[in-house]
Design a protein around this ligand. Structure first.
Ligand code: PLP
Length: 382
């Protein structure tokens, strides 16, 4: 195997760079997962996770990536033929629709073209037209397009209907405002590897009382992802039903300490500042942004390639010559946009370095531009 270059600046929208303080915990010896020590660790991690979610509801840590808890949310609430409104303006909104289809639910899609944000009034209209909708799914931060959907305002609408409000905060929790109870979210899901600054591989799910009522009357269609098994084992023994990723729980626990030490409000402000610097730098280079302005994410910025710049060639130069890794577009915008993740541990130097590398790579490919770094510096000096 070719030696891996570990020295690259990871500016993709997850997984993100992990602090050495968090990484070092992964070297602790493995403890038994049916012991009091592990129970205390799991309970402590759940309590910290509740603080970050801002919920008095139940929270479970699941061994599996973010998609596992997307799947869990649907597997435990949707029976065959149940209507689910899925808000789709990118790849991950679409993923919810696909999962609902797997469990034979009836998908009612509220679609927007990629780059556009979801409108709460449209959600209201559809709920009025279909009073038997059982759940509404939305992705807070649509990582594939760099769009932030207004989950607070959508929550204000959904709360007046019987439908459950299921929100994917996989690429926003710990970087943007999420308030599970305050936004009336019934099931909220998160991943370890984005704004929380932990390695990939585990995820978290919160469950409200309203969600429990639905779960209790739904037959789970999954063995591994049956939420009742997690509830029963946690309530009786502070354990998870199956062998958990012990080392990842050490890491998540430490990462949550860092999030709480910085403070949720400060953390969001830092992410806003990094996003502003990135956006200002790109605009100064004459680059057009992809997401519409009112719905722009503060954890990932998406931008349209200038004419003549080829995606793979551009990102190859960035990675091989300047050691900066960013992401391309997914699905229908593949080759058309690039995405810069500024999540988790991101700091000023990472934004400036990324913009400088982008300027140099553009120049090499014939798009002569400058001024991006200076414009970003101006924002960061304030
Ligand atoms: C918003 C969002 N939802 C879901 C997922 C899927 O998570 P995972 O790849 O951890 O399964 C991602 C991953 O990028 C995401 O950004």
């Amino acid at each position: 195997m070719k030696r891996i270059n570990y020295d690259k600046l990871l500016m993709i929208p997850g997984p993100t760079m992990v602090s050495s303080e968090v990484l070092n915990t992964m070297a602790y010896p493995i403890i038994g997962h049916r012991t009091k020590e592990f129970g205390a660790l799991l309970e402590d991690t759940v309590e910290k996770m509740k603080k970050v979610f801002i919920t008095k509801g139940d929270v479970y840590i699941i061994t599996g990536s973010g998609t596992a808890v997307m799947d869990m949310a649907i597997a435990n609430t949707v029976n065959k033929g149940d209507k689910v409104l899925t808000i789709c303006n990118g790849n991950f909104g679409e993923r919810f629709s696909k999962i609902v289809e797997v469990y034979k639910g009836e998908v009612i899609k509220l679609e927007y073209s990629w780059g556009k944000g979801a409108r709460p009034e449209d959600v209201k209209r559809i709920l009025e037209e279909n009073p038997d909708i059982k759940a509404v799914t939305v992705v807070h931060n649509e990582t594939s397009t760099g769009v932030r959907n207004p989950i607070k305002d959508i929550g204000k609408i959904v709360k007046d209907y019987d439908a459950l409000y299921i929100v994917d905060t996989i690429s926003s929790l710990g970087g943007d405002y999420v308030d599970v109870d305050g936004f009336h979210i019934d099931i909220c899901i998160a991943g370890s590897q984005k704004c929380l600054g932990a390695p990939p591989g585990i995820s978290a799910i919160s469950i409200s009382e309203k969600a429990w009522d639905v779960i209790n009357s739904t037959e789970s269609k999954s063995f591994y992802l049956d939420i009742k098994a997690y509830r029963d084992r946690f309530e009786s023994k502070k354990e998870s039903p199956y062998t958990p990723a012990v080392s990842l729980i050490y890491a998540l626990n430490k990462a949550l300490d860092r999030v709480l030490e910085e403070g949720l409000e400060n953390r969001v402000k830092r992410h806003e500042r990094m996003a502003r610097a990135t956006v200002t730098g790109l605009e100064a280079m004459g680059i057009e942004l992809f997401a519409e302005e009112w719905a722009r994410s503060i954890t990932v910025t998406s931008a349209i390639y200038p004419h003549g710049i080829e995606d793979k060639e551009f990102r190859k130069i960035l990675s091989n010559k300047y050691n900066v890794v960013i992401a391309g577009g997914q699905g229908q915008v593949s080759g058309k946009i690039f995405r810069i993740g500024h999540m988790g541990e991101v700091k000023e130097i990472h934004i400036l370095g990324t913009l400088a590398a982008i300027e140099m790579a553009f120049k090499e490919l014939g798009y002569n531009t400058s001024g991006g770094v200076d414009a970003a510096k101006e924002i960061l000096e304030r």
